[in-house]
Design a protein around this ligand. Structure first.
Ligand code: SAM
Length: 486
């Protein structure tokens, strides 16, 4: 039986916000996505594909010109907004749940303080050794079920030997951690896998690929080659940064936008980001009212990407057990079909903080958002009719917006009056039903007292997942940067 798909509430929402939807030709895919970081020192070391570009953060801060103060990114990933804003003179605070993002952020903080000459001498020695001679069973790579067989025997032996050498022979803790991070940055390159959003794709040479079509990822680097290249890139970026700082020291401050202070030993320092490790659903409620000047962030998109599978190699490298990974998967903002409801957990959390009234207020805003309820009702119908390619899609959409209500409420509470929130996100479509994520979230923000200034759209939108294109054809979906004010 065909399902009656009403668009009434979504059309009304579109009418409400249409004057705010503005195509911004400056924002192209390259500027908004990680692609824009390819040439950026530090960011280019590790492909955190879900990251946005440093140029986007600079563009936002220079275009909107808020007065520098405290900037927050509650989904800080590899720290793009934190480091870019720090360089522009902002104090920055980030929250991140995934150990991979946390490790990347810490490594970048360390890299900015590293003694380059000492690092160069360590690397000089490293390049002379045969890593497999230092292999130790006690440091063997602790695979997860989904990473087993990801490396050739020789690459895994050399990787473990390199780690064991760093562990036993590098005394400077900062250099040791940067060398570990260098190895994390090359895991994909030396493996039979390729990151693919929802899971890892396996190259046919692994003997593990099950798909109908054989997947060939192209060149798989040897560990020695990959680590040599990555170390070279890191040294050259650090030297470049150092030269820029040197240049800065001989130039009038006013000609530079970057604010780097000189410490007692004469070295330059940038304002160091502060990072909270854990879920922003728990950490944001601990921030005081009116304490943040600007938020620049990009939450996970409602697109079924599973960070815990995509970054499984890196999580295993960092010592995460199967249980830890499963827990992380559930703690993440719901954006996969596996995420279970956090309703009870949030209710208990707010009650334990004596903030049950606020819980009720947030819960009510979720229930009253008409376009969202329209979408949820239709998706539930599709589920009953077995028209969804996964029955948990309706639950995922429900949970995503439920949790985002809590995030947006907290952001509006902790933002100072006159403050700005910038969100990067994509709209999506399931079973042919467009979900205007930009409009729904903006309306929720307005329920919590924020004003929508712009919904900037990128030149070209994109269709949703390839599974749907067959049935519904490719349609343009808005990819947006939205600006809310308090
Ligand atoms: C789109 S990415 C942001 C990337 C970031 N803008 C960058 O440039 O690297 C979303 C991030 O949110 C993190 N995340 C997901 N759920 C979270 C939660 N509950 N609390 C904090 N971070 C979370 C993910 O691990 C991921 O790093």
């Amino acid at each position: 039986m065909p399902i009656f798909s009403s668009l009434t509430a979504r059309n009304a929402l579109y009418e409400k916000f249409k004057s705010k939807i503005i195509n911004n030709p400056i924002l192209d895919r390259n500027l908004v996505s990680y692609q824009g970081n390819k040439q950026a020192p530090f960011s280019a070391w590790f492909k955190y594909r879900e990251g946005f570009s440093e140029r986007l953060v600079t563009y936002i801060l220079k275009t909107l010109q808020p007065k520098p103060g405290l900037l927050l990114d509650p989904f800080s990933g590899s720290g793009t907004s934190l480091f870019t804003a720090s360089e522009l003179g902002w104090q920055t605070t980030g929250i991140e749940l995934l150990p991979v993002g946390i490790f990347a952020t810490e490594a970048r903080i360390i890299a900015q303080k590293i003694n380059i000459e000492l690092l160069k001498s360590v690397i000089y020695k490293l390049e002379k050794i045969d890593y497999k001679d230092y292999y130790k069973d006690s440091l063997a790579f602790k695979h997860l079920a989904i990473t087993r067989g990801a490396f050739s025997e020789i690459n895994e032996k050399q990787l473990v030997g390199y780690l064991s050498y760093c562990h036993d022979f590098i005394r400077d803790k900062n250099i040791q951690q940067l060398l570990m991070y260098t190895a994390l940055c090359i895991l994909e390159d030396i493996s039979y896998t390729r990151k693919d959003g929802q899971y890892l794709r396996w190259d046919f040479r692994s003997g593990r690929s099950k798909g109908k079509t054989e997947f060939n990822k192209g060149e798989i680097l040897s560990f020695e080659d990959a680590i040599r290249r990555k170390l070279k890139q890191i040294i050259s970026d650090l030297e470049l940064d150092y030269i820029q700082l040197d240049l800065f020291s001989n130039t009038e401050l006013s000609t530079f936008t970057t604010i780097k202070s000189v410490n007692k030993s004469g070295n330059f320092e940038i304002l160091e980001p502060q990072l909270y490790e854990g879920s922003c659903l728990e950490i944001l409620p601990t921030f005081p009212d009116n304490s943040i000047d600007v938020v620049i962030t990009s939450p996970p998109y409602l697109n079924r990407y599973d960070y815990t599978r995509t970054y499984a190699l890196e999580l295993a490298f960092l010592g995460c057990s199967e249980d830890k990974v499963k827990n992380l998967r559930q703690q993440m903002l719901s954006c996969t079909v596996e995420n279970r409801d956090k309703h009870k957990y949030l209710e208990e959390y707010y009650t334990s903080k004596e903030r049950y009234d606020e819980f009720l207020k947030i819960d009510a805003v979720f229930k009253q958002q008409a376009a969202l309820q329209e979408v949820l009702m239709i998706l539930e119908e599709y589920k009953k009719e077995r028209n969804l390619n996964n029955k948990n899609i309706a639950r995922m959409v429900h949970n995503y917006f439920y949790e985002m209500c809590f995030v947006i409420y907290e952001l509006s509470r902790i933002l100072k009056s006159g403050g700005i929130i910038t969100i990067v996100n994509d709209n999506v479509k399931y079973a042919g039903e467009e979900i205007p994520v930009d409009l729904i979230l903006s309306d929720i923000a307005e329920s919590f007292g924020l004003r929508t200034k712009y919904i900037w759209t990128l030149g070209r939108g994109k269709g949703n997942s390839s599974q749907q294109m067959g049935s519904y054809g490719r349609t343009e979906l808005r990819k947006c940067v939205y600006i809310w004010e308090k």
